[in-house]
Design a protein around this ligand. Structure first.
Ligand code: ATR
Length: 287
């Protein structure tokens, strides 16, 4: 693509940003659509998020993704917030509107599309969700909104699990999230579960760790979905597979959160074929 006077800019704000794969997603989509658009990373120093958003608006930057540690902090810098993102309390996508930006959360819808693309259902399912941090909180919300049968939210710090469960149950008006401490997995009712791994345990370089190591736990899982994609196969995924379940990593979630952001910025629909091409390019970074 040739950069000229009409080139539009999108980018990522966060800290750190140098390992991001988002440029692969958006620059590939721009190429496929023939859009005159480039996507670049912008590291933002602590305390400068407000300046960064105001500066981006002044420069008429079309759209931004937001990553750690600013997904919550950015909310106070926005003109508008999509109700879903407001309920989750985290924004990962900014779309240019008059006088600033509107914030969305495409992580959650991205996870939903990723699961759909693998034929994984949430509606009516019995689900184990591991973790109660920012990522798991959004997943808990997604499960409640998409009609999960029951979600057992297991976390090392029980208080955090309890807080997230209470909040999501209240907001969605569904008493569907049951908080538990990690060790309480032995008390889970008999049955086979979809398990979503939302903790940071197993992330490179600590690839030899899983939040629960006991094989008896993995007997309860028919499908495991880890939000982590580096390493390509986490120990959690390996344990699920070794006990006869299907396991997926988080790369398709990354793909679809980007696809949805690109759709919002450009008012287009990304085809399955284009998403497949982007996924192929992302995958090259791992295998
Ligand atoms: P994120 O926003 O990415 O979810 P986070 O808010 O720091 O990150 O949350 C990290 C999650 O991983 C939490 O659920 C955390 O458990 P605690 O709430 O008890 O801290 C979980 N986690 C991190 N390290 C862990 C470990 N060694 N064992 C068990 N859980 C761990």
């Amino acid at each position: 693509m040739e950069i000229d006077g009409k080139t539009r800019i999108c980018g990522l704000i966060g800290n750190p940003v140098e390992h991001t794969l988002s440029p692969v997603i958006h620059n590939t989509l721009a190429e496929r659509f023939g859009h005159n658009l480039v996507y670049v990373p912008f590291p933002v120093e602590p305390g400068r998020i407000e300046d960064a958003v105001a500066g981006a608006a002044a420069l008429q930057i079309l759209g931004l993704n937001v990553t750690v540690p600013y997904k919550s902090e950015v909310i106070s810098c926005l003109r508008e917030v999509d109700p879903l993102a407001g309920a989750i309390g985290a924004v990962n996508t900014l779309v240019s509107v008059t006088g600033g930006y509107k914030g969305y959360n495409t992580d959650m819808e991205g996870l939903y599309r990723a699961m759909e693309s693998e034929g994984i259902r949430i509606a009516g399912e019995e689900i184990i969700l591991l973790g109660a941090g920012g990522a798991s909180r959004a997943v808990a919300y997604l499960c409640a909104v998409k009609g999960a049968g029951r979600v057992y939210l297991l976390n090392r710090t029980f208080d955090k699990a309890q807080k997230v469960a209470e909040e999501v149950n209240n907001r969605t008006g569904r008493n569907v999230i049951s908080p538990m401490s990690l060790e309480e997995y032995v008390k889970l009712p008999e049955g086979k579960y979809l398990a979503i791994q939302g903790t940071s345990v197993g992330l490179a370089p600590n690839v030899e760790a899983a939040v629960i190591e006991d094989r008896a736990f993995y007997d309860k899982i028919h499908t495991g979905f880890d939000l982590i994609y580096s390493p390509w196969e986490t120990k959690f995924m390996r344990l699920v597979k070794e006990n006869g379940g299907d396991a997926y990593n988080g790369l398709k979630m990354l793909l679809y959160q980007g696809v949805i952001a690109y759709e919002l910025w450009n008012q287009v629909q990304v085809s399955k074929e284009d998403a497949k091409v982007v996924y192929g390019r992302l995958k090259r970074h791992f295998v």
